[in-house]
Design a protein around this ligand. Structure first.
Ligand SMILES: Nc1ncnc2c1ncn2[C@@H]1O[C@H](COP(=O)(O)OP(=O)(O)OP(=O)(O)O)[C@@H](O)[C@H]1O
Length: 329
């Protein structure tokens, strides 16, 4: 955790409740990662833990120079609950990846491990080819920025929208208050929000809160000479939203991606993103490639259009929502 002064408030900005029934994270974070560079990246076959019989299609890549994040054989238990049991995958530059799977299978846990908020019990996380050691630290100032947008939006209740969105800039950047304020207004406009800067989170709808959280994740310090590539991790960004509000958020996720364009036709800044979701609309609209997590492992991966046509029994059951199949509740 870390604290900062914002007006009269002294606030922790990277703390969260560990218990499942109190999973609301107090604040989204932008997590600069330890170590950067591509040297010494040991080449491995894509996801060695896969049983190839479960794979509908293996995408071949010439090399790993575009790999931003790799989880290699990651294990995580909470007491007697062995949640992750050998999870391996790679996230490449430019990818829009979805993580799906039954409830409680560890999707949020793997996002927190990637973000450096949780440490794996075993296995490694590589960020641009360098092994991450431990959790995110205050000394990490360069490399790949990894932002986690929490399920709950996780806004500070006592701060205005402006203070929430500009939070990290008020603490970390050399920008003036006026510059930050201007940037906050522009970033809010990019997510379709105008005139809400002085409102408190309690005065916003659920969909607006999610968009404010998204604005907080994409705002960046324009006073820095080089802008680092960024990966955004979204934990169920459309949960609880009506279908139209979901579409708005899904399109925003696409538009902040480098491949996408915002309302004014500018290219997005996010190099890659990962979305944990249960919503079919989000899978179809916001994601290109899927990883299916079940019983502690990635049991299937494929492109989004392969999801509904897959003959894998686990995928078929999940896609159809059937009670019959290998997944038991
Ligand atoms: N900090 C923690 N302490 C104890 N148990 C935890 C902790 N974090 C997660 N768990 C447990 O680990 C399991 C996986 O949780 P996680 O939130 O990662 O699942 P999920 O796949 O995201 O689920 P859902 O789809 O329901 O959101 C759950 O049983 C949860 O109760």
């Amino acid at each position: 955790t870390k604290s900062c002064d914002l007006g009269k408030e002294r606030i922790k900005f990277c703390c969260f409740n560990e218990r499942k029934d109190q999973r609301n994270v107090i604040c989204a974070c932008m997590a600069p990662t330890r170590n950067l560079g591509r040297d010494g990246f040991p080449g491995t076959k894509f996801n060695e833990s896969f049983n190839s019989g479960n794979l509908d299609k293996e995408v071949k890549h010439e090399n790993d120079s575009d790999v931003l994040i790799e989880c290699r054989n990651v294990y995580k238990s909470f007491g007697e609950k062995h949640i992750l049991r050998g999870v391996s995958f790679k996230i490449r530059h430019g990818e829009a990846v979805g993580i799906i799977g039954p409830s409680g299978t560890g999707k949020s846990t793997i996002l927190k491990i990637i973000a450096g908020l949780l440490a794996p019990d075993k296995g490694e996380v590589y960020i641009r080819g360098k092994k991450r050691s431990g959790l995110i630290g205050d000394d990490e100032i360069s490399g790949l920025r990894i932002g986690l947008v929490f399920q709950s939006a996780a806004l500070f209740d006592s701060l205005t929208v402006r203070e929430n969105v500009g939070f990290l800039l008020y603490e970390n950047s050399s920008m003036s208050g006026e510059q930050i304020s201007q940037l906050v207004t522009e970033t809010l406009a990019a997510v379709g929000l105008k005139g809400v800067e002085e409102r408190l989170p309690s005065e916003l709808s659920g969909g607006m809160k999610k968009r404010v959280a998204l604005a907080r994740s994409i705002i960046c310090d324009i006073s820095k000479e080089s802008i680092e590539p960024e990966v955004l991790l979204y934990d169920e960004p459309t949960a609880g939203l009506d279908p139209i509000a979901s579409t708005v958020v899904e399109d925003l996720i696409r538009s902040v991606h480098m491949k996408g364009e915002d309302a004014s036709g500018r290219q997005g800044k996010i190099a890659s993103y990962v979305v944990v979701t249960h919503q079919h609309s989000t899978i179809r609209r916001a994601v290109d490639r899927l990883l299916f997590l079940h019983e502690g492992k990635v049991v299937w991966h494929g492109m989004t259009d392969e999801f509904t046509t897959s003959t894998n029994p686990i995928v078929r059951q999940f896609a159809s929502g059937s009670l019959d199949g290998p997944i038991r509740y």
